[in-house]
Design a protein around this ligand. Structure first.
Ligand code: GLC
Length: 479
């Protein structure tokens, strides 16, 4: 059997609202994406992941789906989706779509209808337990008219489905088939570890952590039955030709908790978020790489997505360049988030502009994720409308500006993606604060915070260097 395409692939996440706007309404759309596919092809991206573009009231910008088998008119039509897939395939790029099985929108007919597919508890005995929403407040909302509480790990407009019910399972299999029949190459599965809840509804241990990006602390999810769902989905995907891929969003900081999802008959890939949780510290990053390689059969590498702070802000602009060379030298599939290749910083938006439900539900205590979702700047002259305001000066960061600048972040990503090393991975001895490893024919040296290190023949560097690599810089060198 040939090696599956996804084992070394570079995936590029497209946050549909913010990628490319073809009709000037300030919101990205599917024709906008299709028109920009050659850009991604030139970048040497192997596959795109589209965030939800299905009909949705938009409370969580598409992660509240009211119809799983259509396109929201704001983003286009099914015909335009088909054209996008055909164009991508014509450019030898794969397309995976986001599936949101943990919850629907509260406007979904399953919820406005009899609600038999949801986790509900009769109201008589009061709030069922202490489970909190990931975004502040209780995970239970009382519906007085219906006389029950319903569960929502996210916003109240995102009621959780009850995966103990067979109707939910068969409905989702139909949904997967619908998109596989249309030619998608796989799925990114939202909150993949969360679908099945502890049926005893036992309380969670308190206190709850203030930051709840990972699910490390939640006992009610990550239940054994969730693995049956993925065994079924694995069989379903395997019945289609072309190595369709299932990528789970399984959010634990310890890769050992992700590993069970990657058993041979379950998901093919899962995001390995362990690097996302690391500071710019050689020991922390090195330890996270080791732990990931030791725990997981296929390790994916992720530094950014639409839920976390941009690395140009998290690590700093120079460090973000060094991190790019680290990321693209690691063995296995890589996930890039749109704008990472431009070095976009997190945007500090005015409160009035913020739209993420996290901001409102926590009364501004947590600013939410809008800062990494500001629409991509394509051209120097910024468009008149944009659903989140692009800061002044962003024209300089645009694809147009960076394309002609050999020293830009975009040029660095282009070169690194073209030279991306293959082969086995081996650490090298390195001084404190420095990470160094070999792949076939290349050594990647990242000086995180050490003294200047001498390097030999440089193939690619994160900045102009003169014989030695300073802290905050990285290089690919001939061993
Ligand atoms: C996932 C998505 C996030 C969304 C949440 C609820 O974590 O990445 O953007 O808000 O699920 O669907």
């Amino acid at each position: 059997m040939a090696r599956e395409w996804w084992r070394d692939a570079v995936f590029y996440e497209i946050y549909v609202r913010s990628f490319a706007d073809s009709d000037g309404d300030g919101v990205g759309d599917l024709p906008g994406i299709t028109a920009r596919l050659p850009y991604l092809h030139d970048l040497a991206v192997d596959a795109i992941w589209l965030t939800p573009f299905y009909p949705s009231p938009g409370v969580d910008h598409g992660y509240d789906v009211s119809d799983y088998v259509d396109v929201d008119p704001m983003f286009g039509t099914l015909d335009e989706f088909d054209a996008l897939v055909a164009t991508a395939h014509g450019l030898c790029m794969r397309v995976i779509v986001d599936i949101v099985p943990n919850h629907t929108s509260d406007r979904h007919p399953w919820f406005t209808g009899d609600r038999s597919r949801y986790v509900t508890v009769p109201a008589a005995n009061g709030v069922p337990n202490n489970w909190p929403s990931n975004w502040g407040g209780s995970a239970w909302t009382l519906d007085e008219e219906r006389g029950h509480y319903y569960l929502h790990l996210f916003a109240p407009q995102q009621p959780d489905l009850d995966w103990h019910r067979s109707a939910v399972r068969s409905d989702f299999e139909d949904i997967l088939r619908f998109w596989l029949d249309r030619g998608v190459d796989g799925f990114r599965i939202d909150v993949a570890h969360g679908l099945v809840k502890d049926a005893t509804l036992a309380d969670e241990p308190e206190p709850f952590p203030a930051v709840r990006l990972s699910s490390d602390w939640r006992r009610a999810i990550d239940q054994p039955e969730v693995h049956d769902v993925y065994r079924d989905w694995h069989r379903l995907a395997a019945a289609y030709p072309g190595d369709r891929v299932l990528v789970g969003e399984v959010v634990f900081s310890d890769p050992r908790r992700v590993a069970p999802y990657l058993r041979p008959d379950e998901l093919h890939l899962a995001f390995n978020f362990s690097l996302v949780f690391q500071p710019w510290d050689a020991q922390a990053i090195g330890g996270s790489i080791d732990a990931s390689l030791a725990a997981l059969p296929v390790v994916t590498w992720v530094l950014e997505n639409h839920d976390v702070e941009r690395i140009a802000t998290r690590f700093g602009p120079r460090e973000a360049r060094a991190a790019a060379l680290l990321l693209l030298a690691l063995p296995g599939p890589v996930f890039l988030y749109q704008g990472q290749e431009l070095g976009l910083p997190e945007v500090d938006l005015p409160d009035a502009a913020r739209q993420d439900p996290i901001f409102n539900r926590t009364h501004g205590e947590r600013v939410g994720r809008d800062g990494c979702r500001v629409p991509l700047p394509w051209v120097r002259e910024l468009p008149a409308r944009s659903w989140l305001p692009q800061p002044p000066g962003w024209g300089e960061l645009s694809v147009e500006s960076q394309s002609t600048d050999e020293t830009s972040m975009l040029s660095l990503y282009r070169q690194a993606l073209a030279l991306r090393p293959r082969g086995s991975f081996r650490w090298r001895d390195a001084p404190g604060g420095v990470l160094a490893f070999d792949r076939d024919g290349l050594t990647c040296v990242v000086n995180v915070s050490g003294d200047d290190v001498p390097v030999g023949e440089v193939v690619l560097a994160s900045e102009e260097i003169h014989a030695t690599l300073p802290a905050g810089a990285a290089a690919w060198v001939r061993p």
